[in-house]
Design a protein around this ligand. Structure first.
Ligand code: GUN
Ligand code: ZN
Length: 473
């Protein structure tokens, strides 16, 4: 049994164990956030992580699979990894090893590169495409986030969903209310999560209760960056967040570009070319720009720390420009299908060398599960006679996402020194999964079944900074 040197502090979570596994007792006993100075611990089981990009190199050279592996953890970081017998020999003092067994798979926590926590309560709003959906459902819901208490309650639900689904890092839109960012970061900090978020910038074409001004947005964003961005003892980062071109004036986009130049290590997130009517509207609103991406480019928002969601109707020239700028794309298949926006051309983007991650895009997206998101990404590729292998999909959901967010020096794989955010998948989580797994013979087959049949039930444990923490879903 794993033991920690100090008593737990802060938040207690209740674990909801659907299937008994001896390891669950360990989790139930230690299901609290721990202080930083707990003793050396290790987990054992089949390990999978990525060391390279399987869209570029051969798949077998892109990942490491250790059928009986071990991760040694100390102060929230991975300090050793490899075949269990070898690792054990290097750490004779190691007494606390939790063995999850051969029917598990230990991998880095999922990285969701695009989501809106404020839309948790409107998932599955019926029957509209993007612009009507924003007006009819999204904006009325986002108005509620002027209330700090409401925002905190939704952030709590959202983060619990992330953890239940094995997502340990996300890039998140708040709303235009500064308190919505405070509420989100407060909840993330209580869980010691690595998160990126920002206040939505929006000064036109939206209800006045949601509109800021270039000046108020500048001061509010400055205050939020100074309060939350990369503060010692936290794992939080800020993202400058113009919602999308139609809801920002030129003056506001100019201000956003200025903020980026004043804070070069802050990320940028926005939407790009999701829906045909939206693209047409942008052409009308910005007649002097060469296209949608050029609106952001003219204001110097197309940077190597920018993440653009969707990019379905982008031109070849825009794809080239995104690659040259080393900006990333968030591929959000469930949202694109739900809003009927179109099919993201994954092959064109990966051939251009663009960094891609997967986004749930809650609440246009319909699932918090990155496993289901991978499965839908596969189907979007299929509809275009493209392929997305399981190895490629799991790369996108882990190291690929970390690279898209430029966080791969800290998370996304089991490289020694990285932060110990990882998950334990249970390959027998449901009777169907169990029986289907028995028909498989290769790792690739098992991964493909996981992204087809898996969901939050498959995520048995989520470790954040070395500590098991899994909220009730
Ligand atoms: N474009 C502008 N805002 C949004 C949003 O909230 N969701 C999606 N899917 N697209 C957007
Ligand atoms: Zn979005």
């Amino acid at each position: 049994m794993c033991e920690y040197a100090q008593p737990a502090t802060q938040i207690r979570y209740t674990l909801h164990c659907r299937h008994h596994n001896p390891a669950s007792d360990f989790i139930t006993n230690t299901l609290m956030l721990m202080p930083d100075s707990y003793s050396l611990t290790a987990v054992r089981g089949p390990l999978l992580h990525f060391t390279d990009n399987p869209f570029v190199v051969d798949e077998q050279n892109a990942c490491e699979h250790v059928p009986d592996g071990m991760l040694v953890l100390n102060k929230g970081r991975i300090i050793d990894t490899g075949p269990a017998d070898d690792v054990r020999k290097r750490h004779p003092q190691l007494t606390a090893v939790e063995d999850f067994g051969r029917n598990s798979l230990i991998m880095p926590g999922f990285v969701d590169v695009h989501s809106h926590y404020s839309q948790t309560h409107i998932i599955g709003a019926y029957g509209e495409q993007l612009l009507d959906w924003l007006n009819r459902y999204t904006f009325p819901e986002e108005m509620k986030f002027a209330d700090h208490q409401y925002a905190s309650a939704v952030a709590d639900t959202f983060l619990n969903q992330l953890l239940s689904n094995g997502t340990t890092t996300a890039m998140v839109f708040a709303t235009s209310h500064p308190v919505s960012v405070d509420a989100f970061f407060e909840q993330a900090q209580q869980r010691n999560l690595r998160m990126i978020a920002g206040k939505v910038l929006m000064d036109r074409n939206a209800p006045s209760a949601l509109c800021d001004t270039p000046e108020s947005a500048y001061h509010d964003t400055k205050r939020l960056i100074n309060t939350w961005h990369r503060k010692p003892g936290t794992r939080l980062e800020y993202a400058i967040t113009p919602r999308f071109a139609p809801t920002s004036s030129d003056a506001q986009l100019e201000m956003a570009g200025r903020l980026k130049r004043e804070h070069p290590d802050v990320a940028v997130q926005s939407h790009l070319s999701e829906n045909r009517k939206e693209v047409q509207w942008v052409a009308e609103l910005f007649p002097d720009c060469e296209g949608y991406l050029d609106v952001y480019d003219q204001h110097r928002l197309v940077t190597d720390r920018s993440v653009f969601a969707h990019c379905i109707h982008t031109t070849d020239a825009e794809v080239e420009r995104l690659a040259a700028a080393r900006s990333a794309i968030a591929f959000c298949p469930t949202a694109n299908l739900f809003l009927g926006s179109g099919l993201f051309d994954l092959r064109r983007a990966t051939d251009a060398g663009i960094s891609i991650g997967l986004g749930t895009d809650i609440g246009a997206g319909t699932s918090f599960s990155m496993l289901q998101t991978m499965g839908e990404a596969y189907k979007v590729a299929q509809l275009q006679q493209q392929s997305l292998s399981a190895i490629q999909a799991f790369y996108l959901a882990t190291l690929g996402g970390a690279r898209a967010l430029k966080l791969d020096d800290r998370i996304g794989s089991f490289t020694i020194g990285k932060e110990a955010d990882f998950i334990v998948l249970n390959l027998q989580a449901t009777p169907l999964l169990d029986s289907r797994m028995q028909q498989t013979t290769t790792l690739e087959e098992r991964l493909f079944v996981l992204m087809t049949l898996g969901d939050d039930r498959t995520v048995q444990h989520t470790f954040v900074h070395g500590t098991p923490i899994r909220a009730v879903s």
